[in-house]
Write a protein that binds this ligand. Structure first.
Ligand SMILES: *[C@@H]1O[C@H](CO)[C@@H](O)[C@H](O)[C@H]1NC(C)=O
Length: 256
């Protein structure tokens, strides 16, 4: 031990000029990170933890992260992340399933931000940075103007063409059935087996519980649910579930 002392003395002497303030050799100041960079790191970490379902039930995107979320949701990264998720579904479908082939094979899709993109709406409402106004979003949904998420549309067609029945389970209300169907058809979705929307008896119920009930009904009818594609954790959690669940990115809102 004693023979180490001169080394430490030498080291302290060498470092003395840098030893001002709170500088510490083990914790050097991150001078290479300016404020913008550290905000970007902070907001990206928030976004990833939303996807991981660690950040739950947020009402609005944190104000300081609105521009980060806007950048992400309109970036080629968002498109690539969504496409990758769909590629993984295709990979799964190519090997996974001994399809029953008797009309009992089933697949579930969410509607909003899974089949239809609400980005044009959120673009006008701070990308989730504004508290959602029910009147405004319903008006948007009634306009039937949401574009398709193109990669999900291709997957939808592939699954349906395999003879798997496609079930759409959405947290939209039953009163939006007609504009929702119009919107889906206009952008190219055809041939689903049923569209489940929230009726009066499901109003006020947590979306997760409503979706569990919808899946239970399919299982009771004898369906084998091979997979779910959705953008919300409330579409996956609870039993019965599907063999696999595929999450699309969405950091603009959280449906509990
Ligand atoms: C929601 O938006 C409408 C107009 O689109 C407005 O009249 C109403 O006050 C808003 N509601 C809330 C709670 O902000």
């Amino acid at each position: 031990m004693a023979n180490l002392v001169p080394f430490w003395l030498l080291l302290s002497a060498l470092l003395a000029p840098f030893a001002s303030g709170d500088w510490n050799i083990l914790r050097p100041k991150k001078s290479h990170l300016d404020l913008g960079d550290s905000l970007k790191v902070y907001c990206e970490s928030w976004r990833v933890n939303v996807e991981l379902n660690n950040v739950k039930g947020f009402e609005v995107v944190p104000q300081e992260c609105i521009s980060h979320i806007k950048k992400y949701m309109t970036s080629s990264q968002y498109t690539a992340d969504s496409e990758r998720a769909i590629e993984e579904v295709k990979l799964y479908l190519s090997t996974c399933c001994n399809l029953e082939g008797d009309g009992t094979d089933a697949w579930i899709f969410d509607v909003d931000d899974t089949l239809l993109s609400n980005i044009p709406f959120y673009k006008k409402h701070g990308f989730g940075g504004e508290k959602l106004n029910e009147t405004d979003i319903e008006e948007w949904m009634r306009s039937s103007k949401a574009p398709a998420l193109e990669h999900t549309l291709k997957l939808f067609n592939l699954i349906r063409d395999k003879g798997i029945k496609v079930f759409l389970i959405s947290s939209r209300g039953e009163d939006l059935r007609s504009p929702t169907v119009d919107n889906l058809i206009q952008v190219g979705f055809h041939g689903w087996s049923a569209l489940t929307l929230r009726g009066l008896e499901d109003e006020g119920k947590e979306v997760q519980k409503y979706k569990i009930k919808a899946r239970q009904r399919l299982v009771d009818e004898g369906y084998h649910i091979w997979g779910i594609v959705g953008d919300q954790w409330s579409s996956f959690e609870g039993l019965p579930t599907a063999d696999r669940r595929f999450k699309l990115p969405n950091s603009m809102y959280y449906v509990a």
